[in-house]
Design a protein around this ligand. Structure first.
Ligand code: AMP
Ligand code: ZN
Length: 134
């Protein structure tokens, strides 16, 4: 897609620090890493996010995110966060589907999002709603 920064990286119009490539996926380092080794796994085909990506594409992408997680663990990471931001409200800035693979250390003390305590009966109610939408 024209004007998509990740499509431009895939077409080699913009440089990146590539760590993996195959027929359908490119993985490269995030220019603003949460921790060093923070990698983005990106489908070569343009999809905006989880709502429009093809199932086989997302399946393959997660396999590659696993492969990169294992590599980061071998390099000394204590764990990884694998996150996908879908939509502006969820913090998605680049509208081309991507998986963040973020190496974590027990000492990095990064905050996760704060949890909210649900009111009585709310969990049951929302579970019902989700089930009815599946
Ligand atoms: P998101 O908020 O999930 O859309 O994340 C987009 C990510 O892309 C951010 O973490 C940016 O630092 C990263 N990013 C933006 N431009 C580039 C680029 N040219 N090369 C590598 N990473 C980039
Ligand atoms: Zn794109």
């Amino acid at each position: 897609m024209q004007d998509c920064i990740f499509c431009k990286i895939i077409k080699k119009e913009i440089p990146c620090e590539k760590v993996y490539e195959d027929e359908t996926v490119l993985a490269f380092l995030d220019i603003n890493p949460v921790n060093l080794g923070h990698t983005l796994v990106v489908p070569k085909k343009h999809f905006e996010n989880i709502y429009d990506i093809e199932e086989n594409e997302v399946t393959h992408l997660i396999k590659i995110a696993k492969k990169i997680s294992i590599a980061l663990k071998k390099m000394g990471a204590d764990g990884t966060n694998i996150t996908i931001n879908n939509g502006k409200a969820a913090g998605q800035v680049i509208p081309h589907f991507h998986t963040h693979v973020i190496p974590r250390s027990v000492e990095d003390n990064l905050p996760l999002w704060p949890a909210k305590k649900p009111k009585e009966g709310e969990l049951k109610e929302v579970a019902k709603k989700i089930i009815s939408m599946l």
